[in-house]
Design a protein around this ligand. Sequence first.
Ligand SMILES: *Cc1c(COP(=O)(O)O)cnc(C)c1O
Length: 374
Amino acid sequence: MGASANSLINRPILASIHTQAFRHNLNRVRELAPESKIWSVIKARAYGHCFDAALKGLSSTDGFALLDIQDAVWLREHGWEGRVLLLEGLFHENELELAQELSCDLVVHCEAQVEWLEKYIEQGHKPFSIFLKMNTGMNRLGFKPEAYRTAFHRLHAFGCRMHHMTHFANADQADQRPTVGEQQEVFERTIDGLSGPTSLANSAAILWHRNALGGWIRPGIMLYGASPTGIYADIEHAHLKAVMQLQSEIIDIQELKAGDGVGYGGRYQAPEAMRIGIVACGYADGYPRTAKDGTPVWVSIGAEDGNGIVCPIVGRVSMDMLTIDLRNAPQAKIGSVVELWGDRIPVDEVARMSDTIGYELLCAVAPRVPVAIK
Ligand SMILES: *Cc1c(COP(=O)(O)O)cnc(C)c1O
Protein backbone atom coordinates (compact mmCIF):
# COMPACT_ATOMS: atom_id res chain seq x y z
CA MET A 1 0.00 0.00 0.00
CA GLY A 2 1.12 3.48 -0.77
CA ALA A 3 1.59 6.76 1.00
CA SER A 4 -0.50 7.39 4.05
CA ALA A 5 -3.35 9.83 3.81
CA ASN A 6 -5.38 11.58 6.45
CA SER A 7 -8.48 12.13 4.40
CA LEU A 8 -9.99 11.24 1.08
CA ILE A 9 -7.81 13.09 -1.38
CA ASN A 10 -7.96 12.96 -5.15
CA ARG A 11 -9.55 9.70 -6.13
CA PRO A 12 -11.96 8.76 -3.36
CA ILE A 13 -10.52 5.44 -2.28
CA LEU A 14 -8.98 4.73 1.10
CA ALA A 15 -7.89 1.83 3.27
CA SER A 16 -8.38 2.81 6.91
CA ILE A 17 -6.46 0.70 9.42
CA HIS A 18 -8.02 0.72 12.88
CA THR A 19 -5.30 0.22 15.46
CA GLN A 20 -7.93 -0.08 18.19
CA ALA A 21 -9.24 -3.19 16.41
CA PHE A 22 -5.69 -4.60 16.40
CA ARG A 23 -5.54 -4.06 20.16
CA HIS A 24 -8.92 -5.68 20.64
CA ASN A 25 -8.01 -8.74 18.55
CA LEU A 26 -4.66 -9.19 20.30
CA ASN A 27 -6.49 -9.11 23.64
CA ARG A 28 -8.90 -11.76 22.35
CA VAL A 29 -5.91 -13.94 21.42
CA ARG A 30 -4.52 -13.50 24.94
CA GLU A 31 -7.86 -14.48 26.44
CA LEU A 32 -7.97 -17.61 24.29
CA ALA A 33 -4.36 -18.59 25.09
CA PRO A 34 -3.44 -16.96 28.40
CA GLU A 35 -0.51 -19.31 29.03
CA SER A 36 1.23 -18.72 25.71
CA LYS A 37 3.51 -16.04 24.40
CA ILE A 38 2.47 -14.46 21.13
CA TRP A 39 4.32 -14.11 17.87
CA SER A 40 2.12 -11.69 15.96
CA VAL A 41 2.54 -12.75 12.34
CA ILE A 42 3.02 -9.71 10.12
CA LYS A 43 4.34 -11.21 6.90
CA ALA A 44 3.19 -9.66 3.59
CA ARG A 45 3.18 -6.08 4.92
CA ALA A 46 1.09 -7.22 7.88
CA TYR A 47 -1.38 -9.02 5.59
CA GLY A 48 -1.64 -5.81 3.57
CA HIS A 49 -2.27 -3.54 6.59
CA CYS A 50 1.22 -1.93 6.51
CA PHE A 51 3.92 -2.27 9.12
CA ASP A 52 3.40 1.15 10.72
CA ALA A 53 -0.16 0.25 11.67
CA ALA A 54 0.82 -3.20 12.93
CA LEU A 55 3.63 -1.83 15.08
CA LYS A 56 1.28 0.74 16.55
CA GLY A 57 -1.71 -1.54 17.13
CA LEU A 58 0.16 -4.69 18.20
CA SER A 59 2.86 -3.12 20.36
CA SER A 60 1.91 -5.25 23.37
CA THR A 61 2.74 -8.48 21.53
CA ASP A 62 5.65 -10.60 22.75
CA GLY A 63 7.22 -10.65 19.31
CA PHE A 64 6.69 -10.15 15.61
CA ALA A 65 7.10 -12.96 13.09
CA LEU A 66 7.87 -12.12 9.48
CA LEU A 67 9.70 -13.34 6.41
CA ASP A 68 12.05 -10.76 5.02
CA ILE A 69 15.07 -9.65 7.02
CA GLN A 70 14.64 -6.15 5.55
CA ASP A 71 11.35 -5.96 7.42
CA ALA A 72 13.19 -6.82 10.63
CA VAL A 73 15.53 -3.93 9.85
CA TRP A 74 12.47 -1.68 9.50
CA LEU A 75 11.09 -2.81 12.87
CA ARG A 76 14.39 -2.11 14.66
CA GLU A 77 14.72 1.28 12.98
CA HIS A 78 11.24 2.11 14.21
CA GLY A 79 12.07 1.31 17.81
CA TRP A 80 10.85 -2.28 18.24
CA GLU A 81 13.07 -3.82 20.92
CA GLY A 82 11.10 -7.01 21.47
CA ARG A 83 11.68 -10.29 19.71
CA VAL A 84 11.57 -10.78 15.96
CA LEU A 85 11.24 -14.22 14.38
CA LEU A 86 12.27 -14.89 10.79
CA LEU A 87 9.57 -17.43 9.90
CA GLU A 88 11.53 -19.12 7.13
CA GLY A 89 14.91 -18.46 8.66
CA LEU A 90 17.71 -17.26 6.43
CA PHE A 91 17.43 -17.57 2.67
CA HIS A 92 21.19 -17.15 2.18
CA GLU A 93 24.25 -17.57 4.31
CA ASN A 94 25.17 -13.90 3.87
CA GLU A 95 22.20 -12.84 6.03
CA LEU A 96 23.74 -14.31 9.21
CA GLU A 97 25.59 -11.20 10.27
CA LEU A 98 22.63 -8.89 9.84
CA ALA A 99 20.34 -11.36 11.62
CA GLN A 100 22.72 -11.35 14.57
CA GLU A 101 23.01 -7.58 14.60
CA LEU A 102 19.21 -7.37 14.70
CA SER A 103 18.94 -10.08 17.42
CA CYS A 104 16.51 -12.10 15.34
CA ASP A 105 15.16 -15.48 16.37
CA LEU A 106 15.62 -17.86 13.45
CA VAL A 107 13.50 -20.66 12.16
CA VAL A 108 15.75 -23.47 10.97
CA HIS A 109 14.00 -25.85 8.60
CA CYS A 110 16.73 -27.53 6.54
CA GLU A 111 20.20 -29.02 6.66
CA ALA A 112 21.85 -26.15 4.78
CA GLN A 113 20.73 -23.67 7.44
CA VAL A 114 22.23 -25.88 10.16
CA GLU A 115 25.55 -25.95 8.31
CA TRP A 116 25.61 -22.15 7.86
CA LEU A 117 25.03 -21.70 11.58
CA GLU A 118 27.68 -24.21 12.63
CA LYS A 119 30.25 -22.60 10.38
CA TYR A 120 29.37 -19.11 11.59
CA ILE A 121 29.47 -19.95 15.29
CA GLU A 122 32.69 -21.89 14.81
CA GLN A 123 34.23 -18.66 13.52
CA GLY A 124 33.65 -17.18 16.97
CA HIS A 125 30.21 -15.60 16.62
CA LYS A 126 27.53 -15.89 19.28
CA PRO A 127 24.91 -18.66 19.04
CA PHE A 128 21.33 -17.82 18.01
CA SER A 129 17.88 -18.42 19.44
CA ILE A 130 16.40 -21.07 17.16
CA PHE A 131 12.90 -22.30 16.35
CA LEU A 132 13.70 -25.68 14.85
CA LYS A 133 10.97 -26.69 12.46
CA MET A 134 9.63 -30.19 12.19
CA ASN A 135 7.66 -31.46 9.20
CA THR A 136 4.90 -33.42 10.95
CA GLY A 137 2.83 -33.99 7.83
CA MET A 138 2.28 -30.72 6.00
CA ASN A 139 5.29 -31.48 3.78
CA ARG A 140 6.31 -27.92 3.20
CA LEU A 141 9.20 -26.73 5.40
CA GLY A 142 10.93 -28.68 8.14
CA PHE A 143 12.90 -31.73 9.17
CA LYS A 144 11.27 -35.13 8.99
CA PRO A 145 10.87 -36.60 12.48
CA GLU A 146 13.69 -39.10 11.88
CA ALA A 147 16.14 -36.25 11.09
CA TYR A 148 14.86 -33.80 13.68
CA ARG A 149 16.70 -34.96 16.78
CA THR A 150 20.07 -34.95 15.03
CA ALA A 151 19.55 -31.37 13.86
CA PHE A 152 18.48 -30.43 17.39
CA HIS A 153 21.57 -31.93 19.00
CA ARG A 154 23.92 -30.29 16.51
CA LEU A 155 22.60 -26.77 17.14
CA HIS A 156 22.24 -27.39 20.86
CA ALA A 157 25.89 -28.45 20.98
CA PHE A 158 26.84 -25.09 19.47
CA GLY A 159 25.08 -23.28 22.31
CA CYS A 160 21.93 -22.22 20.49
CA ARG A 161 18.82 -21.57 22.57
CA MET A 162 16.43 -24.16 21.20
CA HIS A 163 12.65 -24.13 20.63
CA HIS A 164 10.55 -26.75 18.83
CA MET A 165 8.17 -25.71 16.08
CA THR A 166 5.70 -27.26 13.67
CA HIS A 167 2.85 -26.01 11.48
CA PHE A 168 -0.61 -27.54 11.00
CA ALA A 169 -1.98 -28.31 7.55
CA ASN A 170 -5.63 -28.71 8.56
CA ALA A 171 -6.38 -26.84 11.77
CA ASP A 172 -9.37 -25.27 9.99
CA GLN A 173 -10.88 -28.54 8.74
CA ALA A 174 -12.05 -31.27 11.07
CA ASP A 175 -11.84 -34.34 8.83
CA GLN A 176 -8.93 -33.62 6.54
CA ARG A 177 -5.72 -35.61 7.17
CA PRO A 178 -3.24 -35.22 8.66
CA THR A 179 -5.40 -33.99 11.52
CA VAL A 180 -4.11 -31.65 14.20
CA GLY A 181 -4.13 -34.61 16.58
CA GLU A 182 -2.01 -36.73 14.25
CA GLN A 183 0.55 -33.97 13.66
CA GLN A 184 0.64 -33.17 17.36
CA GLU A 185 1.25 -36.80 18.22
CA VAL A 186 4.26 -37.01 15.85
CA PHE A 187 5.60 -33.75 17.27
CA GLU A 188 5.31 -34.76 20.93
CA ARG A 189 6.80 -38.18 20.31
CA THR A 190 9.77 -36.73 18.42
CA ILE A 191 10.69 -34.07 20.99
CA ASP A 192 10.26 -36.42 23.93
CA GLY A 193 13.05 -35.77 26.41
CA LEU A 194 14.46 -32.71 24.56
CA SER A 195 14.58 -29.37 26.32
CA GLY A 196 13.01 -26.14 25.08
CA PRO A 197 9.64 -24.42 24.59
CA THR A 198 7.28 -25.32 21.74
CA SER A 199 5.41 -23.39 19.04
CA LEU A 200 2.54 -25.00 17.15
CA ALA A 201 -0.62 -22.96 16.69
CA ASN A 202 -1.72 -20.66 13.89
CA SER A 203 -5.05 -18.81 14.14
CA ALA A 204 -7.15 -21.87 13.29
CA ALA A 205 -5.53 -23.91 16.07
CA ILE A 206 -5.94 -21.02 18.54
CA LEU A 207 -9.64 -20.85 17.67
CA TRP A 208 -10.45 -24.55 17.45
CA HIS A 209 -7.66 -26.67 18.98
CA ARG A 210 -6.93 -25.13 22.34
CA ASN A 211 -5.01 -28.25 23.42
CA ALA A 212 -2.45 -27.71 20.63
CA LEU A 213 -1.04 -24.29 21.46
CA GLY A 214 2.48 -24.58 22.84
CA GLY A 215 4.55 -21.96 24.61
CA TRP A 216 4.59 -19.59 21.63
CA ILE A 217 1.51 -19.23 19.45
CA ARG A 218 1.58 -17.70 15.95
CA PRO A 219 -1.68 -15.91 15.17
CA GLY A 220 -1.95 -14.19 11.82
CA ILE A 221 -5.32 -13.79 10.16
CA MET A 222 -7.32 -13.53 13.40
CA LEU A 223 -5.35 -10.43 14.41
CA TYR A 224 -6.74 -8.80 11.29
CA GLY A 225 -10.30 -9.87 12.11
CA ALA A 226 -10.79 -12.40 9.33
CA SER A 227 -11.41 -16.14 9.33
CA PRO A 228 -8.89 -18.94 8.74
CA THR A 229 -11.60 -20.85 6.91
CA GLY A 230 -12.61 -17.96 4.67
CA ILE A 231 -16.13 -18.14 6.14
CA TYR A 232 -17.04 -15.24 8.40
CA ALA A 233 -19.72 -17.16 10.32
CA ASP A 234 -16.98 -19.49 11.60
CA ILE A 235 -15.36 -16.72 13.67
CA GLU A 236 -18.40 -14.74 14.77
CA HIS A 237 -18.25 -16.42 18.18
CA ALA A 238 -14.67 -15.14 18.68
CA HIS A 239 -15.78 -11.48 18.58
CA LEU A 240 -12.90 -10.23 16.48
CA LYS A 241 -12.99 -6.85 14.78
CA ALA A 242 -12.12 -6.02 11.19
CA VAL A 243 -8.94 -3.97 11.22
CA MET A 244 -9.06 -2.76 7.62
CA GLN A 245 -11.93 -0.80 6.14
CA LEU A 246 -11.70 -0.35 2.37
CA GLN A 247 -13.95 2.45 1.25
CA SER A 248 -14.71 4.51 -1.81
CA GLU A 249 -17.55 6.64 -3.18
CA ILE A 250 -20.21 6.60 -5.85
CA ILE A 251 -18.82 8.77 -8.66
CA ASP A 252 -21.66 8.42 -11.18
CA ILE A 253 -25.16 7.01 -11.47
CA GLN A 254 -26.72 5.49 -14.59
CA GLU A 255 -30.45 5.11 -15.19
CA LEU A 256 -31.05 1.85 -17.06
CA LYS A 257 -34.06 0.56 -18.98
CA ALA A 258 -35.12 -3.07 -18.82
CA GLY A 259 -32.70 -5.16 -20.92
CA ASP A 260 -29.74 -2.73 -20.76
CA GLY A 261 -26.39 -4.41 -20.02
CA VAL A 262 -23.80 -3.14 -17.54
CA GLY A 263 -20.04 -2.90 -18.10
CA TYR A 264 -17.68 -5.12 -20.10
CA GLY A 265 -19.44 -8.03 -21.71
CA GLY A 266 -22.78 -6.85 -20.34
CA ARG A 267 -22.67 -9.65 -17.79
CA TYR A 268 -25.61 -8.13 -15.95
CA GLN A 269 -28.79 -7.14 -17.77
CA ALA A 270 -31.31 -4.90 -16.05
CA PRO A 271 -34.55 -6.83 -15.42
CA GLU A 272 -36.44 -3.54 -15.14
CA ALA A 273 -35.75 0.19 -15.11
CA MET A 274 -33.20 0.73 -12.35
CA ARG A 275 -30.33 2.89 -11.08
CA ILE A 276 -26.72 1.67 -11.16
CA GLY A 277 -24.06 3.24 -8.93
CA ILE A 278 -20.52 3.51 -10.27
CA VAL A 279 -17.96 3.06 -7.47
CA ALA A 280 -14.31 4.17 -7.72
CA CYS A 281 -12.72 0.83 -6.88
CA GLY A 282 -11.55 -1.84 -9.29
CA TYR A 283 -9.21 -4.75 -9.62
CA ALA A 284 -6.20 -2.42 -9.89
CA ASP A 285 -7.02 -1.43 -6.30
CA GLY A 286 -7.04 -5.06 -5.24
CA TYR A 287 -10.76 -5.67 -5.45
CA PRO A 288 -11.23 -9.16 -6.94
CA ARG A 289 -12.26 -9.25 -10.59
CA THR A 290 -13.79 -12.64 -9.89
CA ALA A 291 -16.51 -11.10 -7.68
CA LYS A 292 -19.86 -12.46 -8.80
CA ASP A 293 -23.11 -10.56 -9.20
CA GLY A 294 -24.57 -10.29 -5.73
CA THR A 295 -21.30 -9.59 -3.89
CA PRO A 296 -22.33 -7.10 -1.18
CA VAL A 297 -21.12 -3.55 -0.65
CA TRP A 298 -22.43 -1.12 1.94
CA VAL A 299 -23.71 2.28 0.82
CA SER A 300 -23.94 5.12 3.31
CA ILE A 301 -27.24 6.99 3.24
CA GLY A 302 -26.64 9.27 6.22
CA ALA A 303 -23.21 10.72 6.65
CA GLU A 304 -23.59 11.51 10.35
CA ASP A 305 -25.35 8.54 11.89
CA GLY A 306 -23.63 5.77 9.98
CA ASN A 307 -26.87 4.57 8.37
CA GLY A 308 -26.44 2.54 5.27
CA ILE A 309 -27.85 -0.12 3.01
CA VAL A 310 -26.25 -3.25 1.60
CA CYS A 311 -26.34 -3.29 -2.20
CA PRO A 312 -25.15 -6.01 -4.58
CA ILE A 313 -22.48 -5.74 -7.25
CA VAL A 314 -23.87 -6.20 -10.75
CA GLY A 315 -21.66 -6.61 -13.80
CA ARG A 316 -17.99 -7.37 -14.10
CA VAL A 317 -15.49 -5.51 -11.90
CA SER A 318 -13.22 -3.43 -14.14
CA MET A 319 -9.76 -1.98 -13.54
CA ASP A 320 -10.82 1.21 -11.78
CA MET A 321 -14.54 0.85 -11.12
CA LEU A 322 -17.27 -1.49 -10.09
CA THR A 323 -21.02 -1.22 -10.53
CA ILE A 324 -23.78 -1.75 -7.99
CA ASP A 325 -27.55 -2.17 -8.04
CA LEU A 326 -29.12 0.82 -6.25
CA ARG A 327 -32.72 -0.43 -6.23
CA ASN A 328 -32.50 -0.88 -2.42
CA ALA A 329 -31.00 2.55 -1.90
CA PRO A 330 -33.04 5.33 -3.52
CA GLN A 331 -31.24 7.81 -1.24
CA ALA A 332 -27.81 6.97 -2.70
CA LYS A 333 -26.23 9.76 -4.73
CA ILE A 334 -22.93 10.85 -6.22
CA GLY A 335 -20.56 11.21 -3.27
CA SER A 336 -22.26 8.56 -1.15
CA VAL A 337 -19.58 6.64 0.77
CA VAL A 338 -19.28 2.93 -0.05
CA GLU A 339 -17.63 0.31 2.16
CA LEU A 340 -16.14 -2.51 0.08
CA TRP A 341 -15.08 -4.41 3.20
CA GLY A 342 -14.67 -3.59 6.86
CA ASP A 343 -16.85 -4.04 9.92
CA ARG A 344 -20.10 -3.91 7.96
CA ILE A 345 -19.05 -6.11 5.03
CA PRO A 346 -16.71 -8.87 6.22
CA VAL A 347 -13.79 -9.33 3.83
CA ASP A 348 -14.54 -13.05 4.10
CA GLU A 349 -17.93 -12.43 2.50
CA VAL A 350 -16.36 -10.69 -0.50
CA ALA A 351 -13.81 -13.49 -0.69
CA ARG A 352 -16.46 -16.20 -0.62
CA MET A 353 -18.30 -14.52 -3.50
CA SER A 354 -14.99 -14.38 -5.40
CA ASP A 355 -13.85 -17.98 -4.83
CA THR A 356 -10.95 -17.05 -2.56
CA ILE A 357 -10.21 -16.34 1.11
CA GLY A 358 -9.89 -13.09 3.03
CA TYR A 359 -6.12 -13.56 3.36
CA GLU A 360 -5.64 -13.11 -0.38
CA LEU A 361 -7.80 -9.99 -0.64
CA LEU A 362 -6.16 -8.27 2.32
CA CYS A 363 -2.63 -8.98 1.05
CA ALA A 364 -3.53 -7.79 -2.43
CA VAL A 365 -4.67 -4.25 -1.63
CA ALA A 366 -2.74 -2.29 -4.23
CA PRO A 367 0.05 0.23 -3.67
CA ARG A 368 -2.07 2.93 -5.31
CA VAL A 369 -4.61 2.79 -2.47
CA PRO A 370 -3.80 5.40 0.18
CA VAL A 371 -3.72 4.22 3.78
CA ALA A 372 -4.99 6.06 6.84
CA ILE A 373 -3.86 4.72 10.20
CA LYS A 374 -6.55 5.45 12.76
C1 LIG B 1 1.47 -17.37 8.12
C2 LIG B 1 1.89 -18.24 9.23
C3 LIG B 1 1.17 -18.27 10.43
C4 LIG B 1 -0.12 -17.50 10.64
O1 LIG B 1 -1.19 -18.19 10.04
P1 LIG B 1 -2.69 -17.67 10.17
O2 LIG B 1 -3.49 -18.73 9.50
O3 LIG B 1 -2.75 -16.38 9.43
O4 LIG B 1 -2.97 -17.53 11.61
C5 LIG B 1 1.66 -19.05 11.46
N1 LIG B 1 2.79 -19.78 11.31
C6 LIG B 1 3.49 -19.81 10.16
C7 LIG B 1 4.71 -20.65 10.06
C8 LIG B 1 3.06 -19.05 9.09
O5 LIG B 1 3.76 -19.08 7.95
